[in-house]
Design a protein around this ligand. Sequence first.
Ligand SMILES: C[S@@+](CC[C@H](N)C(=O)[O-])C[C@H]1O[C@@H](n2cnc3c(N)ncnc32)[C@H](O)[C@@H]1O
Length: 298
Amino acid sequence: MAGGSPMSPLSGRLARYVAGVRNGLSRDDLGGALVIALGAAAVGMAGGWIGPAAGRWLALVTALVAGLTMQLAVLRGMREQARRSEAILALTMALKPEVPLPVFSGWAVHPTLARLLVTTVFEQRPGMIVECGSGISTLVFAYAVRTLGHGSVVSLEHDPVYAEQTRSWLRVHGVSAWAQVLTVPLVPHRLNGHQWRWYDLTTVQFPAPIDLLFVDGPPGGLQRLSRYPAGPLLAQRLANEAIMILDDVHRFDERAIVSRWAVELGWRVIGSSSDHSAAVLMRTAGLVSGQGLGQVTS
Ligand SMILES: C[S@@+](CC[C@H](N)C(=O)[O-])C[C@H]1O[C@@H](n2cnc3c(N)ncnc32)[C@H](O)[C@@H]1O
């Protein structure tokens, strides 16, 4: 099994680029691109093999397929916009922010996932929420626990700029008392014979066992299976009935992480966000004491 072994700067950059491309494309995007590329190649080759008349028919069919593919992409985009708007409306109604929520763009959680985070807090009433990777998710968690009047949030953030941006959102929205953003560097951790860069936990104290763990950092392009260490490194800090939520499970790496957590930690998937981009997990009974953990050293 591969880990996040150190790489030379050039091969490291190349690996991050490949990981970014691989993780950024959905299966639908890859399928659409493949259809168009195969069609174009077929027309190019067939023009020579099957004569001009048949070549023209083939070009027509290819154009139709390409048009249909694009039409489907447009429809997909419209459905996506509707999903986002609906989720933001639901969030706004549930959290009643006095200041508009920040724009859900860039690397922020998808609004449907933010809605799942809030619903989970309202339904499960976790006392201790820990998050890897701060941002809008920290803000909606803080709003949710303030609305309940119960719970607190600790967010681990390696980047001082993003940490400060999140703190400033918490201040502007008047919810700083409910969430704490800790700037912690990424340091080497050795797990099962492989090395990862992950948050430095040596100075981090969680005031209580973690009831809800949200894993949305560090960035996926940093290394292979970038978010895997959250499992083995935080498993023993979880409450017995803890819920874990992992974002970006449409990506190859995150699907592999879910499989490893299942085998090594006995975490099983019990649900997902409505767009299936995030998985909700719980420990299976009998693994609450951490049996099944590999050799863990930090
Ligand atoms: C997926 S982001 C976390 C997003 C966060 N949970 C939210 O809801 O906004 C993971 C990490 O990427 C970094 N990051 C956030 N936005 C970024 C951006 N636009 N470009 C590069 N890195 C970013 C931050 O260090 C963050 O901890």
